[in-house]
Write a protein that binds this ligand. Structure first.
Ligand SMILES: Nc1ncnc2c1ncn2[C@@H]1O[C@H](COP(=O)(O)OP(=O)(O)OP(=O)(O)O)[C@@H](O)[C@H]1O
Ligand SMILES: [Mg+2]
Length: 267
């Protein structure tokens, strides 16, 4: 794994997915997906449960084989690529490791020397607001704190691509809001390409430069909506009339599909 400096990664993180089809036996999850995510762009991925959002992230992370082609910065993905970090819904922390050791994990795996780890880890722990909890174990922390720790662990390798699978779904609504705005603040300091899976339409519109809607059986990219809200985004973004307009647009699209599916079931 290459660890890169903050300044050196200006254009890294370009994701290209071409004609991607994923099958599990007889089940075709999605078919012929084309998706480009530019460097530093945030794409929010939404769609009904089971449409293949997690599967697509795992393909991009090189963990699942599929037909078609995925490349990151022009390099074909055949195994977990360098510079890609993942944040999962259920924290994905090592329960037997402290906050410090969880955050240091990726750096140790990358062979970063101890002095550099000692310099870098406290920074990232501070960035997510966990200073003072370095020695705590996951079971000693709230869900929100665990998710902060998962975020710090992903950020510590200074990834060019961050894949987030419903990262805030398991925390309470208030913590979720706090974490959303913190993530936006962190992104402003060091913009990273992000694919952000969420079931929350509000969250998708708040975070994304685009909202991509995956749906159908097998699923495909049904909508790719530009979110032309200015950045930096903050709490004020939520009261922008354009925010409400875009949220309604994404919502209407998802609801139409849900109704169609219901009618088919009832037929
Ligand atoms: N290892 C597996 N073997 C067989 N089928 C699988 C496997 N993993 C996922 N699936 C199926 O693939 C489909 C897509 O699953 P996936 O987890 O990607 O959906 P999702 O969009 O992330 O759903 P959710 O919103 O509920 O997280 C589902 O029908 C699921 O049952
Ligand atoms: Mg999922």
């Amino acid at each position: 794994m290459t660890i890169t400096g903050i300044a050196g990664e200006a254009e890294a993180g370009h994701i290209s997915v071409r004609g991607l089809t994923k099958r599990y036996g007889d089940l075709t999850v999605f078919s012929k997906i084309d998706l480009t995510v530019r460097a530093r762009e945030i794409v929010a991925l939404v769609g009904p449960s089971g449409c293949g959002k997690t599967t697509l992230l795992r393909c991009i992370d090189g963990l699942l084989p599929a037909d078609g082609e995925i490349s990151i910065d022009g390099k074909r993905v055949t195994e977990p690529p360098e510079g890609v970090a993942v944040v999962f819904q259920h924290f994905g922390l090592f329960p037997w490791k402290t906050v410090y050791d969880n955050v240091a994990y990726g750096l140790r795996m990358a062979g970063v020397d101890a002095a550099e780890i000692a310099r870098r880890v406290p920074n990232f722990i501070g960035l997510v607001g966990l200073t003072g909890f370095e020695k705590a174990y996951p079971y000693q922390m709230s869900g929100g704190m665990q998710q902060r720790c998962g975020l710090a662990r992903a950020l510590a390798i200074e990834p060019s691509v961050l894949l987030m699978d419903e990262p805030f779904a398991a925390v309470d609504a208030q913590t979720r809001e706090i974490l959303q705005f913190e993530l936006l603040r962190i992104w402003e300091r060091r913009p990273t390409t992000m694919v952000f899976v969420t079931h929350s339409i509000e969250e998708a519109v708040l975070m994304g430069d685009r909202v991509v809607v995956l749906q159908g059986r097998p699923s495909h990219i049904d909508q790719d909506i530009d979110i032309d809200l200015p950045r930096p985004r903050s709490r004020e973004t939520l009261s922008d009339p354009r925010f409400a307009e875009l949220r309604e647009r994404v919502w209407a699209n998802l609801m139409n599909e849900a109704r169609r599916a219901e009618f088919q079931l009832g037929a």
